[in-house]
Design a protein. Sequence first.
Length: 571
Amino acid sequence: MLDKDFYQVLASTFRFWYIPPPSMNHTTTKKTRFIFVTGGVVSSLGKGIVAASLGALFEARGLTITMQKLDPYINVDPGTMSPYQHGEVFVSDDGTETDLDLGHYERFTHAKMSKRSNYTTGRIYESVIRRERRGDYLGATVQVIPHITNAIKDAVLSLRADDVDIAIIEIGGTVGDIESQPFLEAIRQLRFDLGRENTAFIHLTLVPYVAVAGELKTKPTQHSVQKLREIGIQADALLCRSEYTIPKNEKDKIALFCNVPRDAVIDVPDVDTIYAVPKVLRDGGLGSLILNQFSIDDPMPDLSIWDDICQKIRSSKMEIKIGMVGKYVALPDAYKSVNEALQHGGLNHDVTVKIIYIHAESLETDGVAALEHIDGILVPGGFGQRGTAGKMLAIRYARENNIPFFGICLGMQLAVIEFARHVAGIEDATSSEFDECAKHPVIALMTQWEQEGGHVHRSFDSDLGGTMRLGGYPCKLIADTQARKDYNQETIRERHRHRYEFNNTYREELERAGLIVSGTLPDNSLVEIIEVKNHPWFVACQFHPEFISRPYAPHPLFSGFIGAVKAKVNV
Ligand code: GLN
């Protein structure tokens, strides 16, 4: 067989452009099948949750899966985007800043997200342009087809591995968007290259209920499927989102007009919890349909973990109110993983967590009255000074009134500042994020420590002129602390996304004043968790524990926090 090197030599000899077909770049003995999930009609149909639930459905049959999101926007990653634009930035263990859907993938499946799990148009173009500058295209005119589409195909095929049965790839955006065209063309070609037995197209659409007519409408779905067909993609299955169960005759109509088999039209009505979606897809027969297409054995899926989770959610006897004091509270998606982790914490204690979003700045203008009927307070991560005074009012209120408090990243930094100011008597304590020339920066850039030999990897995002500590780091827990009790182990690993750190210059002084350092890097060099004494539960961490919480394995700190809140409410 002619191989890659042969073509490369030929290309340099005769000066024609050569782009290795993606299939030549990867060797594998086991076949990884690919499922592409596209969306139609409108956005926000829950495509990420459906894709993740499909992953759960295959795992429930003992298959190994991986997942990937292809995002049509031009940002190289979502790290620099406003949470209002994009919702939360999810961080993988390897330190990649990714789309929040990857959070769903990790919560629903055991797949580990990494830098190969999220590609944007920007990232694809960046790699192609870098190769063009290096001369890799040997004089060719570099074009969307084939260069961009080949780069996309390479990104998808990089998921192939001996231990991966199925790779699920979600295409961001809605079919018909100009931006997503190259991605759709790339997956069309992948079907051509790999065949129907190795690829499947699942299209998620909306079947709206028109109240005045009293009818579910199938036309938008027909148009969306037509749009896909225009670019050469014939859906293998249609997932129809609707408020209600879709009657048989409407499904028959969709099947006929969209040219899909009758059993491939599956309705996905609204459910009371997202963790019920794997079961909805199973009941619709989606897993069996796809496995049949792939000629893979189709044992009965074991969905007992999902059944248990739903049962727990539905049977919880008590509701507790957690006040989430943040800057982006108008868009709950900005705190997606925190919201989910709080619910997971509730599952361990048979309580439903109701999140009351409190705008930090409103506390500055209206005072802390809004906190009076709250059972526990959480201050999540954030950037910049705006709203920090309000967050510190909430932290002080929690500390002085024995209200369980959980601080995350910026929430921890502000807890340290609040403690320094009001307990340790360092009145002008602050973070150098808010005042570069601060006299008492109890939170600061620890570059000096790093220059002296400290080893923390910081990614350099040049345009923002700063460096971030990103991804998983080990943390050693100190004996006889709340954190150690909740985790019930000595060394943990947690994910980070921040520039500033607890300033060690003030560690002794703050500890003398009663601040407890309960977690550090294993060499004791950076403070990772702090607590205060004689308080029912006041714990704040520099990392983002929400990223590793799972519904079937609630995070120890979220569980500890909710447990303390429940105990307090029950008194
Ligand atoms: N702004 C703070 C820092 O950069 C905290 C970041 C965060 O909360 N993720 O260190």
